[in-house]
Design a protein around this ligand. Structure first.
Ligand SMILES: Cc1ncc(COP(=O)(O)O)c(C=O)c1O
Length: 492
């Protein structure tokens, strides 16, 4: 037997360490918000590893608090500073300053929330937030949000680690409905899923993982801005029937990842109702429109879906990851995974809310706590205002760019996503992409890019409440001078 006993090692003092980390983070938040320093400077992994002194720390651990503090400072230096108002990049929430507290609590107590008995508080918060989300869809039939009983006619849902997993959960439930034998016998070969050709890649990936093959996704054409052409639905459906196939689900984008535009959900719901098809709304990004009186109409018809997904780590200021997958009929969720694990599932014996039978994950984080926290920090109204403001920011950017002759915006934004090109008459697709890299390599701004119908666009996602007109002007002018330096000056 070994003579050295493992220690419950707490060589660094708890309170002092947390305080010192909080101080470093506070400084990070303030300098980011004040636009001091770059949004992002990308060094190579080797350079970062060396600067962080990973090998030595891995072997010997932090010597003392100073060691730890210096590690965190270097770590933070090599991050993408989302709180900088000039970060207008991916669909990843710019969290509130105190958003990290639930992750800290969870990291300290480690109560996974998928089994009620492993974390009653976390599971309760998840149940509460699911009730609230269901209520936004009119799928909650309980007396109030504290009502956790399974009312007949109630919808149901669970939180998952991300939208990709949530999409697969919903598709698995859709398959259980049309072909319940699949779980035991494998997928029948005649099942297909219809959706806009621009559906998020997690849809097709799910179908492949589920053994249905990529070709089981039947793309429906989209218009020039990547919105589904609903008039094509009937013909495609007729062809599918002619080919002897069955439609397992129809998927809608709310909104499209690239352009942020919404598919017409009401029309798609009518089509699904007519043919009795499962309607799945991928509301990963845009389901938040439900929270804004001004924007709610953009998701009209969402309540007719059979399932929807809704990412809280995109638009509800929740740090990654946290997604809801919601079902109009609770039986549909019960059927999503027909599987038993005797050490965890005891039918009729469960106290409280166990989400484990309904998730791909076995162990999962305290996701409900993170989601709840976002609201509790400022109150529900503040989140609605935040959402409304981000949509308005995209509108303001559109108005500004649209007035300039050197920029082209292909559409009026419906969410907080806006794509544009700089001098499309002069610059090729490759040059648009080069502009993006030049801009992010300058460290001054962080934007993304995407292809719309084969054409390259620069893409912004506005999720930082501090981003304002002067940032738009500075971004446009920086793009202009970079383009001049890169593509125009040499020719003169
Ligand atoms: C429409 C849509 N669905 C699903 C996803 C996947 O979500 P996640 O990144 O949480 O897995 C995304 C991500 O951008 C998305 O835009």
């Amino acid at each position: 037997m070994s003579k050295t006993k493992p220690t419950d090692n707490n060589s660094l003092p708890f309170l002092e360490t947390k305080k010192s980390v909080a101080k470093v983070l506070n400084n990070y938040i303030q300098t980011s918000k004040d636009c001091k320093g770059n949004v992002l400077v990308q060094k190579s992994p080797q350079e970062i590893a060396e600067e962080l002194n990973l090998k030595e720390l891995f072997e010997k651990g932090f010597k003392d608090l100073t060691d730890l503090e210096s590690f965190i400072k270097i770590y933070l230096k090599h991050t993408n500073h989302l709180r900088n108002p000039r970060y207008v990049g991916h669909q990843v929430a710019v969290p509130q300053d105190l958003s990290g507290i639930p992750d800290w609590i969870h990291g300290t107590i480690n109560n996974p929330s998928s089994l009620y008995e492993m974390g009653p508080s976390g599971a309760t918060l998840e149940g509460f937030m699911i009730n609230w989300m269901l209520s936004k869809l009119n799928w909650f039939k309980g007396n109030d949000l504290y009502d956790f009983s399974n009312h007949k006619d109630n919808g149901s849902g669970t939180l998952t680690h991300g939208g990709s997993i949530a999409n697969m959960t919903a598709l698995s439930a859709a398959r259980a409905k049309i072909a319940p034998e699949s779980w035991m016998e494998g997928s029948p070969k005649d099942l297909v899923v219809m959706g806009p050709s621009t559906s998020h890649y997690s849809i097709v990936r799910s179908l492949s993982i589920m053994g249905m093959g990529k070709n089981s996704f039947i793309p429906v054409p989209v218009d020039t801005n990547e919105v589904i052409q609903t008039e094509a639905l009937e013909n495609i459906y007729a062809q599918i029937k002619k080919d002897g196939k069955r439609v397992m689900a129809v998927v809608a984008n709310a909104c499209a990842t690239s352009t942020g535009l919404f598919d017409p959900l009401n029309k798609m719901a009518d089509f699904c109702k007519k043919h009795q098809l499962w309607f799945h709304v991928d509301g990963a990004h845009g389901a938040v429109a439900l929270l804004s009186k001004k924007n709610k109409h953009k998701v009209n018809g969402i309540e007719y879906a059979d399932s929807i997904i809704w990412d809280a780590h995109k638009m509800l200021r929740v740090p990654a990851l946290c997604t809801a997958v919601l079902f109009k009929q609770q039986e549909d969720q019960w059927n999503s995974f027909h599987q038993k694990g005797s050490y965890v599932f005891h039918e009729n014996e469960v106290v409280g809310i166990d989400s484990m039978p309904y998730t791909i994950e076995c162990t999962k984080s305290a996701l409900g706590t993170k989601l709840f926290w976002s609201f509790a920090l400022e109150g529900k109204k503040a989140i609605s205002l935040f959402v409304e403001n981000t949509f308005q920011q995209a509108q303001d950017l559109y108005t500004y760019l649209n007035e300039r002759i050197d920029f082209y915006c292909p559409y009026i934004p419906q969410s907080n996503i806006l794509c544009f090109q700089y001098c499309p008459d002069k610059l090729s697709n490759i040059q648009q992409l080069k502009l993006r890299y030049a801009l992010i390599n300058s460290g001054k701004f962080y934007i993304t890019s995407c292809e719309i119908n084969g054409e390259r666009f620069l893409r912004t996602v506005l999720s930082n409440p501090l981003t304002q007109q002067e940032d738009f002007i500075a971004m446009a002018n920086t793009i202009k001078s970079l383009a001049e330096a890169l593509f125009f000056e040499k020719r003169q």
